[in-house]
Design a protein around this ligand. Structure first.
Ligand SMILES: Cc1cc2nc3c(=O)[nH]c(=O)nc-3n(C[C@H](O)[C@H](O)[C@H](O)COP(=O)(O)OP(=O)(O)OC[C@H]3O[C@@H](n4cnc5c(N)ncnc54)[C@H](O)[C@@H]3O)c2cc1C
Length: 254
């Protein structure tokens, strides 16, 4: 359990903001893989003091839930977009949406505000035998996809499918040869998040195999893309990493 402070918050595009956290506690955060995630603890509206759980094992959630709501922090899963141990800083990129607890915190955050992290592991583990990679995600997974792309300057042929809420969230990326990024946007259409990315993967020509795929985002996107890759494209289950990052209509626990 590491308590840090907000160093700054910058808009990236209309739907994204980057928050920099820093402090001496960064030295206790061992780099843990391309898409390393953390539990982020942050203040509820009106709170001035961050009460962190003390258990550095899964008992922390019980500790949080036992706190009275008035002093309990919010907790959400986020990806470390970049870690700069020498500067004792890390960046997290937030996909902003509605007035959710996480989005509201990002909109009101100020330098000096406290925030806590509990390091989780990473999921991106391409096997040696993979000759092509496929990365698929919605806006919640864009920070992880960017971190994965940054981690390998010399990747095998890679097809990347990223769905964002609006075309204004599409960013220019400089990627190594062999990496093709397909941006999909919902642009105000009342289509379920993840459907555009799923359609694009279904219609795509993927690199020659053996393939490794990493899929994350709204829970149905993760499970349906995996089912398609395994059932229709013959990718072995063990070579597909998938994770439901959030669930439509449900708040994250904590
Ligand atoms: C390992 C891991 C890494 C993650 N990394 C990141 C990251 O780097 N950046 C990031 O922004 N998110 C990331 N997420 C997803 C993030 O934890 C969830 O989106 C979380 O639910 C956001 O909390 P909230 O307070 O905004 O919304 P909640 O209180 O959890 O939900 C409120 C409402 O918003 C909806 N909702 C939740 N998330 C989204 C979304 N992204 N878009 C639209 N509607 C949504 C819910 O269905 C619900 O109806 C990650 C998740 C995991 C598991």
């Amino acid at each position: 359990m590491i308590t840090l402070e907000v160093r700054g918050c910058q808009p990236v595009s209309p739907g994204f903001a980057r928050v920099t956290l820093g402090g001496p506690g960064i030295r206790d955060l061992a780099p843990g893989g391309a898409d390393q995630a953390v539990r982020l603890f942050f203040l509820r509206e009106g709170q001035s003091e961050l009460r962190m759980p003390t258990a550095s094992n899964e008992r922390w959630m019980a500790q949080v839930l036992l706190m009275p709501k008035a002093s309990r922090p919010w907790v959400r899963n986020l990806t470390i977009r970049s870690l700069r141990p020498a500067e004792r800083e890390l960046d997290i990129e937030f996909a902003l949406h509605g007035g959710s607890p996480m989005t509201s915190w990002v909109r009101r955050v100020r330098p000096g505000d406290p925030a806590g992290v509990f390091a989780l592991g990473s999921m991106h583990r391409p096997p040696e035998h993979a000759r092509g990679h496929v990365l698929v995600g919605d806006e919640s997974a864009l920070p992880a996809i960017l971190a994965i792309l940054d981690s390998d300057p010399n990747p095998p042929p890679t097809e990347v499918f990223v769905e964002v809420a609006t075309a204004r969230d599409i960013r220019p990326l400089s990627t190594p040869p062999g990496v093709r990024v397909h941006w999909l946007s919902r642009d105000g259409e009342s289509v379920r998040p993840g459907v555009r990315a799923l359609e694009a993967v279904r219609g795509a020509e993927l690199p020659a195999g053996p393939l490794y795929a990493w899929v994350a985002g709204e829970s149905r996107l993760a499970t349906t893309v995996r089912r398609h890759l395994v059932g229709d494209r013959g990718v072995p289950k063990r070579d597909v990493t998938f994770c439901g990052y959030w669930r439509l209509g449900r708040s994250a626990p904590g």
